[in-house]
Structure formats: structure tokens, C-alpha cells
Design a protein around this ligand. Structure first.
Ligand SMILES: Cc1ncc(C[n+]2csc(CCOP(=O)(O)OP(=O)(O)O)c2C)c(N)n1
Ligand SMILES: [Mg+2]
Length: 615
């Protein structure tokens, strides 16, 4: 006999509370509350094949409420993914376990995106849904025909980015996006009444979403609501009315279950309440069998899809597109042409010139801007807008939604098959920063085209003047920050951004810069992060390291120093991260025995300190 949905859901509840108990850390409430709705989704609707987490036409599932990570770990284990194993789950939140505190896409296949910073999961789901529609427009229903599901909590819906994300999704009529809202009326501080009285459904409807409600503790009812959502052509919000920590008889419905182990007594009481076996981490055989069968539900669809791919005549192209590798074959011909017609140009303009070549050579790029298209120079001539009526377009008008744009680009990049780039002013990276950080953490190949990068931005003044931005972005691990000095460097930096696995920021000028690199060298000089642009003519006394628009100024200063007989090198350093990764000999060569120089500085400091003490 097939076990009841409730028994399937209780397996999630059991694993969640046992894992949190063992770790004495984690969040049992959310998985226990959403177990029934998740059971409905995973056993009846979600298209996936646990045997192949990378199947390109799988539905995407995003746990936006990332603190409830045990929900997804339990689902992946129960449905039969290779990882996590039960042992992985027993080591939940321990060093080295792929079952990290929050779901991390780089730890487990089956986890599409990294979540935990609330709100961003839904915003990334929007990007995934965009990528799906775009690829569908190119490859047709035979190859691309999937949905994007997200589970979000009260927190995800309260965050400001939710407004940006749902506005974009509603406008683009992303009907294959379905968000399940865990409406448990509880957050960490207690009741949602402490901080919210808005009509959430009305807000979504105002953003052109379809909304539907269900009893989230009843898998059949949740399944009915998901069915309605699937049938509606608009993006859907499914309000699942739940009780946080459901099954823990004394603590359910309270914030006490949100983020702490239930405690031995309460776990015992919950086992009785839910009719679970006494032993921790045990799943009854018939329940596990039923779950494993659910994990194979998609196998036939998957096999049929493979047949269609074989017969499509586009198999190699499709797989290469999804695989995401691109070359910089466009660079040399582009530079050859550029060298024939050198003139002063702003690097934002140089970026557009490079993009003309890139967007022709690389059909996977999808450009966009947060309402600064004409300033960021992100739209090349041939790019048509991507709209609800033309998903084949390759340019997105994101509107004034920097954070929403950046998070959507993360979702697009992690969906695969597209390479998103998007622009705003460098100063407004602040508005997108939490998503830029997630690009870096997730190694999502997103390219941020950030213009107006210096005092040269003109009359807009301090509100628009980036001061600490470059440094603060450089401080972010796994983010490549490029600040090219002229049109040639700009093209080289674009080539590096497109072919690297990390996200990149291109910091570009508003004002014209003279051509500094005037002849072909047959090598991408920016690849090493820094290189000597001018060697000293006299006995070298000075090395000036500069980036972007200051390289021109450095060269001017160097010329004047040379006139006075002071030998001066000028080093252009478009990317400090790349330079830091070079072998010591290269760095020493560029900085002329940098270690010796540091020793000299240390010596000087010692002398000064001694002098100070002597006083
Ligand atoms: C951007 C961000 N702010 C704060 C937090 C810390 N935090 C984690 S869960 C949570 C409460 C979320 O409430 P809800 O989404 O209703 O989750 P539930 O308590 O129902 O599981 C908070 C504030 C976070 N993870 N991300
Ligand atoms: Mg809640």
C-alpha cells in the first residue's frame, strides 16, 4: 500500500528535527511547517530525475527561505540523489559536510542556487525563469520546457528586493514561475503582526501575478493550488497557510521552533505526535521506497527528452550552449580593426564597441541596464529587447531595479545557457551589492558594466561620485574587478570576464581617454592583472601604478619626471585580483623587486621608531 502523503512529509520532519538536534544548531520550524506542501510539489509536480541533477530541462527548485536548508537536504536524500547521504545529513552543519548551514550550489548538485540572504532566492528564480523562456524561444518546446519553483518565507516577501523581483516577473509575464509562500505568520522576533500588516496577495496581484491559497498542511490541497498555478499564464504566488514547527506539540506555531534545536523532550513528544519510530534518522522502508519512486518519476520524460535532443539536429550546439564555454576568438580581429582607427574614446563607449563584436560572436549574451542604457552603453545595435512578447530578445530593460537586476542575472547565469551582463553607475553597485556578493560566492558568471567610475563623471556631484566603491569591490573575494585604461584594455578585460568562471565588474569612464596601447602585441596583457606600460628611460627611481583613467595622468607625470632625470616606470594595473595570482617572479619584475622594497620600507620604519623612542 502506498504510504499517505502525511507519512511521506513526516519523513522530512523527522530528518529535519533529528539533524538540527544532532548539530544543536539549525532551523527545524520551516521544514516541519512546509513538509506537506513540499511533498506535494516533489511527488506530483516537479519535473526532475534524481539520477541526473544536471538534466538541462529539469524544473528548477529554489529554496529561497535558505535557513530551512534541512528541507532540501531531506528532499534530495529521500528522492535518491547521490548526495547527500544519510551520513552527510547526520553531519549537518559540521565542517566538511555538504549539508551546510544554508544551501550552497557549490556543495551539492540539486541545489541550484545559494540561499540564506533572504529575498534573493525569489529574485534569482525570476532570472532562472527568464533564462528558460529565452532558451525556449531559441530551441523550442522539444528541448526547453521547464518551470521554476521557489519556496519563500515571510522574510523573503518582506525584503525590498521582493518588490523589484516580482515587478520584473509580472512585467515579463513569467507564467512558469511559481512561488510557494510559507505563510506561517512567524519570524524570528515573533508574530508577523509585530512588523507587517500589508495585504501580500493584493501586492502580488498589483504586480500582475496570479495568486491562490491553500492549506499548506494538506498535501492534496497544496497540490490542487499548484495545479491552478501551473494553469495560469501569469507568475503565481501560492499562499500556503502553515504552522511553523508543525508536529512539535508544545512549540509549534511559535518562534521557538524557527532557529534552534527542539530539545530532547520536545523531539520525543513530536515523535509520538507524528507517529514516528523512536530511533533518530530512521525512515520507514515503505516511506523511503515511495520517495525513491518519486525521485524516478522524471526518468521517462528525461529519456524522451534525450531522444528529442538526438533527433533535433542541434544537439552539439545545444550542449555547448548549456556548457557555457566561450572563446575570445573575436578579440584579435576586433583589435586589428581598432588599431587602424585609434582615437580618444570613453571606456564605456569602448565597451560598447567591444560588445558589438562580442554580441555577434557569442549568441549567449543577454545585456541590460537598470534604466541607464544610454549611459552604460550596454545595448548594441542588433540586440532586440527581451519582452513578454519576444523572449528571443537579448536586451532587458530592468527598470530602476539594480538589486533585482543583479539577482536576476545570478539566476540566469546559474540556469546556464546564457551569459548575462548589466549596467548601472559604479556608485550604485551599493544598491546591488548583496547580489554581487552572491555572484562571487556562487561563482556565477555575471558581468557588471559599471560606468561613471571616477571624478570624471562630471557635474552630478557627490551623490553620484564613487569614492570607496572600487576598493570595497576589490575587497570582495572571488569577484574580479577590472578598470581598463583605454579601448584596447577594455576589450581585453571583456575577453577575460567572458572566459573566466568568476563574476566581473568592469569599472568604466564617462569621459574620453586617449589611446595608450597603440599596437598589437599578440597577447592579452590585462590577463596578468598588471603590466609595465612604460619603462623608465633614466635611472629608475619611481614606479607609478595606476588604473583606468589615471594611467593617462601617470604617463604625463612620468614624462615630467623623466625630463628632470628621474627614471619612472608606469604600471597599468587593470585587475589587482589577477595580479595577486601571478607568480612572485612576475610581480617582482613588474614592481622591481618588490620584496626588497618592502624590506627598505620596514628598515625605514624601524629607524623612525628608534628615533621616536630616543626622543
Ligand atoms: C537578508 C537577511 N536578513 C536577515 C536574515 C536573518 N534571518 C534568517 S531567517 C529570518 C526570519 C525569517 O522569517 P521567515 O521567512 O518567516 O521564516 P520562518 O521563521 O517562518 O522560518 C531572519 C531575520 C537573513 N538570513 N537574511
Ligand atoms: Mg515565517
Amino acid at each position: 500500500m502506498q504510504p499517505t502523503d502525511r507519512r511521506l512529509a513526516n519523513a522530512i520532519r523527522a530528518l529535519a528535527m533529528d539533524a538540527v538536534e544532532a548539530a544543536n544548531s539549525g532551523h527545524p520550524g520551516m521544514p516541519m511547517g512546509m513538509a506537506d506542501a513540499a511533498t506535494a510539489l516533489f511527488t506530483r509536480h516537479l519535473k526532475f530525475d534524481a539520477a541526473d541533477p544536471h538534466w538541462p530541462d529539469r524544473d528548477r527548485f529554489i529554496l529561497s527561505a535558505g535557513h530551512g536548508s534541512m528541507l532540501i537536504y531531506a528532499l534530495l536524500y529521500l528522492t535518491g540523489y547521490e548526495r547527500p547521504t544519510l551520513d552527510d545529513i547526520k553531519r549537518f552543519r559540521q565542517l566538511g559536510s555538504p549539508c551546510a548551514g544554508h544551501p550552497e550550489n557549490f556543495e551539492l548538485p540539486g541545489i541550484e542556487v545559494t540561499t540564506g540572504p533572504l529575498g534573493q532566492g525569489v529574485a534569482m528564480a525570476v532570472g532562472m525563469a527568464i533564462a528558460e523562456r529565452h532558451l525556449n524561444a531559441i530551441y523550442g518546446d522539444e528541448l526547453v520546457d521547464h518551470r521554476t519553483f521557489a519556496i519563500a518565507g515571510d522574510g523573503c516577501l518582506m525584503e525590498g528586493v521582493n518588490h523589484e523581483a516580482i515587478g520584473l516577473a509580472g512585467h515579463l509575464r513569467l507564467g512558469r514561475l511559481i512561488v510557494l509562500w510559507d505563510d506561517n505568520k512567524i519570524t524570528i522576533d515573533g508574530s508577523t503582526e509585530l512588523s507587517r500588516n500589508e495585504d501580500v496577495l493584493a501586492r502580488y496581484r498589483a504586480a500582475q501575478w496570479h495568486t491562490v491559497e491553500c492549506d499548506g498542511l494538506d498535501a492534496a490541497d497544496a497540490s490542487r493550488a499548484i495545479g491552478e498555478a501551473l494553469a495560469d499564464p501569469r507568475p503565481s504566488l501560492v499562499r500556503c497557510k502553515t504552522i511553523i514547527g508543525f508536529g512539535a506539540p508544545n512549540k509549534q506555531g511559535t518562534a521557538a521552533t524557527h532557529g534552534a534545536a527542539l530539545g530532547k523532550d520536545e523531539v520525543e513528544a513530536a515523535r509520538k505526535e507524528l507517529g514516528l519510530a523512536d530511533q533518530a534518522f530512521s525512515v520507514p522502508d515503505d516511506v523511503l521506497t515511495a520517495w525513491r519512486a518519486a525521485g524516478k518519476r522524471g526518468a521517462i520524460d528525461h529519456a524522451l527528452w534525450k531522444e528529442r535532443l538526438d533527433e533535433s539536429g542541434r544537439k552539439d550546439e545545444f550542449l555547448a550552449r548549456l556548457n557555457g564555454k566561450v572563446t575570445d576568438a573575436w578579440l584579435k580581429p576586433y583589435l586589428d580593426k581598432l588599431f587602424k582607427d585609434l582615437k580618444p574614446v570613453a571606456t564605456r563607449k569602448a565597451s560598447e564597441m567591444a560588445l558589438e563584436a562580442i554580441n555577434t560572436a557569442i549568441p549567449a549574451t543577454i545585456g541590460g541596464s537598470a534604466d541607464l542604457t544610454g549611459s552604460n552603453n550596454t545595448k548594441t545595435k542588433a540586440l532586440e529587447p527581451l519582452t513578454a512578447d519576444n523572449y528571443a530578445g537579448r536586451y532587458i530593460y530592468y527598470g530602476i531595479r539594480e538589486f533585482g537586476m543583479a539577482a536576476a542575472m545570478n539566476g540566469m547565469a546559474l540556469h546556464g545557457g546564457v551569459i548575462p551582463y548589466g549596467g548601472t553607475f559604479l556608485v550604485f553597485t551599493d544598491y546591488a551589492r548583496p547580489a554581487i556578493r552572491l555572484s562571487a560566492l556562487q561563482r556565477a558568471r555575471v558581468i557588471y558594466v559599471m560606468t561613471h567610475d571616477s571624478i570624471g563623471l562630471g557635474e552630478d556631484g557627490p551623490t553620484h561620485q564613487p569614492i570607496e566603491h572600487l576598493q570595497s569591490l576589490r575587497a570582495m573575494p572571488q569577484l574580479m574587478v577590472y578598470r581598463p585604461a583605454d579601448a584596447v584594455e577594455t576589450a581585453e578585460c571583456w575577453a577575460l570576464a567572458l572566459t573566466s568562471e568568476e563574476p566581473s565588474v568592469l569599472a568604466l569612464t564617462r569621459q574620453n581617454l586617449p589611446p595608450l596601447r597603440t599596437e598589437a602585441v599578440g597577447e592579452n596583457l590585462c590577463a596578468r592583472g598588471a603590466y609595465r606600460m612604460k619603462a623608465s628611460e633614466n635611472n629608475r627611481k619611481v614606479i607609478i601604478i595606476a588604473t583606468g583613467s589615471e594611467v593617462e595622468i601617470a604617463l604625463g607625470a612620468a614624462a615630467r619626471l623623466e625630463q628632470k632625470g628621474i627614471g619612472t616606470d608606469v604600471v597599468s594595473m587593470p585587475c589587482t585580483e589577477r595580479f595577486d595570482a601571478q607568480p612572485a617572479e612576475y610581480c617582482d619584475d613588474i614592481l622591481r623587486d618588490v620584496s626588497k622594497r618592502f624590506e627598505e620600507v620596514r628598515e625605514l620604519r624601524r629607524k623612525l621608531a628608534d628615533a621616536g623612542r630616543a626622543k
